[in-house]
Design a binder for this molecule. Structure first.
Ligand code: ATP
Length: 231
């Protein structure tokens, strides 16, 4: 991989709780992720995957070791730095976190509002285009409650990618979906990410989607290892 790493993690440890209840959940994590790579992180339940993803996303603070994202050290970083880092990322979660009182189009436009002053008509146009790219051109004005699980997840992908983020973090994006919808969702994510040169870090237990990864890393009991690609 010739691209420079955009995530560089060295000897990262993480703990929850304090005093007698303090529990270490990540141990000496070393990981480089390169620009444009699609990396899948897998491993047993409770092994620390979501914790690591949220640290990389700046959604929680890292305190021990080094965690650099786009050249910015996030370990012991200020809240302001963490917030700035979050703005570079798109997030896709299992529960897809859509606003239920907003239409698909309005939900996707929300992905642009954080990036600054884009005129309303332009936001509308880009959101409609993005929904077209995920195959939902005929569902622009539907509310999430009237969409299937796979369609909701496609809205979430459109929202995550509309601002052309450098990095997308996805936690179990296919967990609630049937085989075909799950496959469709990851195919769309892979295609758009490759078109945009976006880096993707995706957590999954779903063996059926491992083949979209450029690389698979495996976390067990807080320890990271490389696993031969199972494709
Ligand atoms: N906020 C928290 N406070 C205390 N402990 C936590 C917290 N969040 C997670 N943990 C613990 O940290 C460990 C790792 O959890 P994490 O959610 O990162 O695992 P995971 O690999 O993502 O699991 P799953 O695949 O089930 O989602 C678990 O033992 C969990 O109980």
């Amino acid at each position: 991989m010739n691209n420079p790493p955009i995530i560089v993690i060295r000897q990262l440890n993480h703990y929850f709780g304090s005093g007698d209840l303090r529990k270490q959940v990540l141990f000496d994590i070393d990981l480089d992720i390169h620009a444009g790579e699609i990396v899948i992180m897998t491993g047993p339940s409770g092994s620390g995957k979501t914790t690591l993803l949220t640290l990389i996303g700046g959604l929680r603070a890292a305190h021990e070791g080094s965690l650099q994202v786009l050249g910015q050290e996030l370990c012991d970083a200020t809240e302001k730095i963490l917030v700035n880092n979050r703005r570079n990322n798109g997030y896709i979660f299992q529960a897809h976190n859509l606003h239920h009182s907003l239409t698909a189009l309005e939900n996707v436009q929300m992905g642009l509002e954080i990036t600054g002053k884009i005129p309303k008509t332009e936001r509308h146009h880009r959101a409609a285009q993005m929904l077209d790219q995920v195959g939902l051109a005929d569902r622009l004005h539907y509310y999430p409650g009237d969409l299937s699980g796979g369609q909701k997840q496609r809205v979430a992908i459109a929202r995550a990618l509309i601002s052309h983020p450098k990095m997308v973090l996805a936690d179990e994006p296919t967990a609630a979906l049937d085989k075909k919808s799950g496959r469709d969702v990851v195919n769309i994510m892979q295609k758009l990410a490759k078109e945009q040169g976006c880096t993707v870090l995706l957590i999954t237990h779903d063996n059926r989607i491992l083949d979209i990864a450029d690389r698979i890393v495996y976390l067990e009991d807080g320890h990271l290892s490389r696993q031969p690609a199972v494709v």
